[in-house]
Design a protein around this ligand. Structure first.
Ligand SMILES: Nc1ncnc2c1ncn2[C@@H]1O[C@H](COP(=O)(O)OP(=O)(O)OP(=O)(O)O)[C@@H](O)[C@H]1O
Ligand SMILES: [Mg+2]
Length: 394
């Protein structure tokens, strides 16, 4: 544009155009920004559309394949209802006994086949390669250890001995006794000694966390143990699944009963030569269904009682091993003064005594510290306070 035009209106127009040109780079940037924004909005829009489509699909019924017969499959849902369905061509290779499938609610058409990837089990059962608890850290249970050595460690480490003598080793052992007496500990120590994998789960988890899945979980538990043999399956608080119920009427009870039946099936189904042993623990043997204790199941019962004086001494020795202790402290006396204390009580007494010493800034744990800890731990539960509050002392 030229600036030497004579026409004033022309000059004004040129000024405007000049201004326009000067803003051009700014407008260009703005345009690019807006184009970018548009792209983001379009992408978001696509994503939301897909999400919405997902909401439009009705949820499916999850079933487990039981049998496959000539292109048809018999599947069972978790309520125990059995269906016969056609296996669509595209899913033929994926259908196997035990696979989980999702079926449409209105016509039972196959919506999805879940992969048989069993890794989810690792999250459900606790798997320890070789627990780090050894026999040295368990006090006063020498007899139980000898028995467990014969029943578990020997068959797992030297199975040929049993074959040579033509005898079967026990498949399952039930440990019972009051809380805090070392049942869980000893199970781990045995797994450590037998160099076996330790697969643990708790009966109450089976009942509470995996409602409707208990029976499947029990089945998977045994498959998982075989895959990881030599292995010890440890079921803590087995009374939660195996308590005796004469007439189960509620759904929850039926579900627990099914889980328990599956446990019996699995115990019967595996061979004692397989490198898998089952250890279970309970505080309440009186409520365990007798069917579980029949031969070939959890037929060896070991009672772990409260420790006697010499047992308590050993437990005190174990729990004070790494503690700086005053020379005035007599372990023998501590054991005498703690009649009725469990292993867990003793562990907590030692912890408390060390805490007292720390608070007093002592270099060593004194006799007084232990005395205070014992009187704190051995105090019976107080009567309910006003307002129904009840204070318990460990
Ligand atoms: N015999 C023992 N020797 C050494 N420590 C023990 C012994 N018994 C119990 N303890 C201590 O008590 C803690 C709890 O023990 P553990 O969990 O094995 O008891 P439990 O019998 O399985 O109890 P629960 O029935 O409540 O499950 C252990 O971590 C350990 O510190
Ligand atoms: Mg335990």
């Amino acid at each position: 544009m030229s600036f030497d035009s004579e026409n004033s209106s022309n000059v004004a127009q040129e000024r405007i155009s000049y201004k326009d040109f000067s803003e051009l780079p700014f407008l260009r940037t703005q345009l690019i920004n807006m184009q970018l924004q548009l792209q983001t909005i379009q992408r978001d829009n696509e994503r939301m559309k897909k999400e919405l489509e997902g909401y439009n699909v009705a949820p499916g019924i999850v079933c487990v394949v039981q049998e496959i017969i000539d292109g048809k499959a018999i599947v069972r849902n978790y309520n125990g209802i059995v269906f016969a369905i056609n296996v669509p061509e595209q899913y033929k290779d994926k259908f196997e006994i035990g696979t989980r499938v999702s079926l449409a609610q209105h016509n039972l058409a196959v919506l999805d086949v879940f992969s048989k990837d069993m890794d989810y089990r690792v999250n459900m059962f606790e798997l320890e390669d070789k627990p780090n608890i050894t026999y040295e850290s368990v006090g006063g249970l020498e007899k139980i250890i000898t028995e467990l050595e014969e029943m578990i460690t020997l068959p797992l480490t030297k199975p040929e001995l049993f074959t040579k003598f033509g005898i079967d080793s026990p498949k399952g052992i039930l440990l019972y006794g009051p809380p805090g007496t070392g049942k869980t500990m000893i199970a781990k120590a045995v797994a450590n000694q037998a160099k076996a994998k330790f697969i643990s789960l708790s009966g109450s988890d089976l009942v509470q966390k995996y409602i409707g899945e208990g029976a499947r979980l029990v089945r998977d538990l045994f498959v998982f143990a075989r895959d990881n043999a030599p292995a010890i399956i440890f079921i803590d608080e087995i009374d939660a699944v195996a308590s005796y119920r004469s007439d189960s009427t509620t759904g929850g009870d039926r579900e627990v009963y099914r889980t328990m039946m599956q446990l019996l099936v699995e115990l019967d189904g595996f061979n004692s030569n397989e490198q898998v042993k089952v250890l279970a623990a309970t505080n309440r043997i009186d409520i365990i269904d007798k069917a579980l204790l029949r031969p070939g199941r959890l037929d060896r019962i070991l009672h772990i009682d409260m420790p006697n004086e010499s047992g308590r001494r050993k437990i005190f020795e174990i729990h004070t091993k790494k503690m700086p202790i005053d020379s005035g402290v007599s372990i023998k006396e501590l054991a005498k003064e703690t009649e009725g204390a469990s292993g867990a009580d003793i562990a907590s007494i030692c912890r408390e005594a060390a805490m007292f010493a720390m608070r007093e800034k002592n270099k060593k744990v004194s006799k007084e510290n232990f005395k205070d800890a014992i009187s704190k731990a051995m105090k019976p539960a107080k009567e309910p306070e006003e307002g129904g509050l009840k204070t318990h002392y460990m």
